[in-house]
Design a protein around this ligand. Sequence first.
Ligand code: SF4
Length: 379
Amino acid sequence: MQAYGPQHDVWAFAWSGGKDSTATLTLIIHLIRVGRLAAPKLILVFYADTRQELPPLAISAFRIMEQLAELGIHCEVVRAPLDKRFLVYMLGRGVPPPNNRTFRWCTRQIKVDPMADAIEARLSEIDGNVLMITGVREGESAIRDERIRMSCGKDGAECGQGWYQEVLPQSKGVRGRIATLAPLLHWRVCNVWDWLRVYAPMTEYGGWATAAIADAYGGEEANEINARTGCIGCPLASKELALETILAMPAWSYLTPLRGLKVIYRELREDDSKRLKKTGRDDDGSLSSGKNKQRKGPLTFEARLDALERVIDIQASCNEAAARLGRPSIDILNSEEEARIRELIAAGTWPNGWDGDEPTADTPMDMIFRDGSVQPLLV
Ligand code: SF4
């Protein structure tokens, strides 16, 4: 930072609220405050709010934003447009939950693109060279670039971590002025944990509200648990290590109903009665074009409404307990998002390429293979 910082008038942080980017942000601001780093002319902080963050992370992020505001540092909260948010896109438009293999629509749509757009919009308003500071770390056993790029699917990473390295405006005027630096690249997870849990909360290191973030990653056992974080119930993660870690703590156990989100997402993906399927034939009975002729597609209106009610119930149960216990409430689906989901369903919205008159995927039909051969339905 001492070498590269002074070469840039503006320092910008793409902050996910996870452990690595929070450690980077709070440490750099602390070093400026105590005079170990010379402040740039302008500091910009962009917080990526997917609306599906683990509650201790989301709550800490908003507290840290208040602390930044007290220091005169403005933080821009970046969210996907309403229709592209995780629950609205899935339950309103009917797009099935993402998966690891073929259909990972979420990270780019709810994290990366909104961040790139926000940064581009802001930077196009200001002059000067910009240093984008990211929280990317190599980790201890990383096979470097590959691991970082793929880190969304690995333990110990924040979903989208590697992607933030690429969150740079595309327009020439802005892009030419930006450099990227990952100052904690070589920190180990124990260094990050020490900073978040031990040092950063101390007054002399800034008194940051970072302790709950360390807890979400496993508290004292963070090194061993090495939980990956992202959305609650992330359909791409096989285990919910971070959620289970916080639920094991008495202070957060009232959020136990959140376990139900993963169950809902799995059902929406796997229950054939909840999804439509292409028959593989055009209206005139001839075989359709394309390889995957009988692909499964969107969620039925019934499935969407059922999932919506269940998500609302989960949020209500958590918030009733929160009110009873005097603990923070959660907000993964607000009234605007709920209304938009209902509006899209009422308007009969289907994803591109689907009309809604396709049968559900559990409907018996001839099997049509990729090479066009047909196995008639046995009756
Ligand atoms: S945490 Fe999971 S659901 Fe959320 S954006 Fe990342 S991969 Fe998608």
